[in-house]
Design a binder for this molecule. Sequence first.
Ligand code: 1GP
Length: 270
Amino acid sequence: MTRAPGPTLQHLFSKEKSTRHAILIDPADQTPEMAAKRCVAAVSAGSQMILVGGSTGTDMSNVHNTVVAIKEALELISWAATQNSELNEEEWTIPIVLFPQGSAALSPAADAITFMMLMNSTDPEFLIGEQVRGAPFIKKAGIESLPMGYVVCAPGGRVGQVGAANLIQEDQLDLAAAYAIAAESYGFELLYLEAGSGAHTPVNPNLITAAREACNLVLIVGGGIRDGATARLAAQAGADWIVTGNLTESYDDVDELQQVLTKFINEMNS
Ligand code: 1GP
């Protein structure tokens, strides 16, 4: 039986010339209300996906409350857009996607989940264990699964440690390509190259190009990207999506955040 792609997968795949920006919200780092405000600022600036998750400190409760708060804020603006010709309803219809720490940090209110294999983990828990534990919940909740290969590159940060990853080093271009081909061969739809949240250096652009040239998957890159110029290098190397987490969380003033992200997104595609 062939699986029909759901709306979030179609959104991720839509063939746009430009690289798109996704905001990562870690429910362990902020209240649901603050998360919702930051998401509204990010979507106003042009972000086109909201990822919710973290590598430590998340659970069913903080993930669910955060997803619900973000969803309510975006739905309110979407509704307002139907009453106001100056607002575009479609721009506010942004998927909220779980980017989970594990099977104990999920929410039935999310639109979709990156159903991921941490491909270069040495621990079977991250290859298949957590996935088996979470799958029945995801199916019952009707959350769209986005099959994703998740590959941690140097420096790797906390996720590299927690996930016991055999990090891809910056000169291991053939290895990056091999992971990309393996991800495609598994039937995954997305490939995420991760340098680790707050990484001092992002994924080496040469690794991005090696993965880009080796497969046709939607290519997501994140970790340590804090400015538009760095995002531009990743975009030019072949990333379809750039994810930022720490950058967003460093602003409490949402007007300032909106300005920063608007500049970031423009620069990324300049
Ligand atoms: C982490 O790739 C994401 O999983 C985002 O990283 O927090 O460094 O932006 P930053």
